[in-house]
Design a protein around this ligand. Sequence first.
Ligand code: GDP
Ligand code: MG
Length: 166
Amino acid sequence: GNKNINAKLVLLGDVGAGKSSLVLRFVRGQFVEFQESTIGAAFFSQTLAVNDATVKFEIWDTAGQERYHSLAPMYYRGAAAAIIVYDMTNQASFERAKNWVQELQAQGNPNMVMALAGNKADLLDARKEAQTYAQENGLFFMETSAKTASNVNELFYEIAKRLPRV
Ligand code: GDP
Ligand code: MG
């Protein structure tokens, strides 16, 4: 028979990681380029039919600001599921995500389904596009960081290797 399941779900993660955007995309099929910051938390619900059940998600979209941190347990307590969101282009947001995971492991419902969402994957498309472009045009492609020195010596080293030997 078809089961009806009500599932409380909470989104946690750094400000700007894209929690509200994920919810808005899921619930309304929309994306807003300049999504306003969430104050406190926002509630949404959305029903999803899966093979054997109808799942009604009761979604708490939290703010992510540190000053609202003490409110978080209210939203994840009793939750059946949590989505921890980080921005794939932002290392600090990944560190923040790991802190949320730790907190949920320590304080959350032990049966909670936990998902880690690496959001803004579209911004990494630029990398794939550059790789393809470079390949098609006979360039070698290297991602560098002048800030961390990543691949800077390697860039010049690779050039040196490729210079014609006369
Ligand atoms: P929240 O603070 O975690 O709720 O983050 P928001 O949903 O408010 O998103 C913060 C900013 O990131 C907004 O300007 C969004 O338009 C943008 N954003 C959210 N998700 C994505 C995504 O998947 N890709 C890109 N490129 N931008 C995103
Ligand atoms: Mg938000």
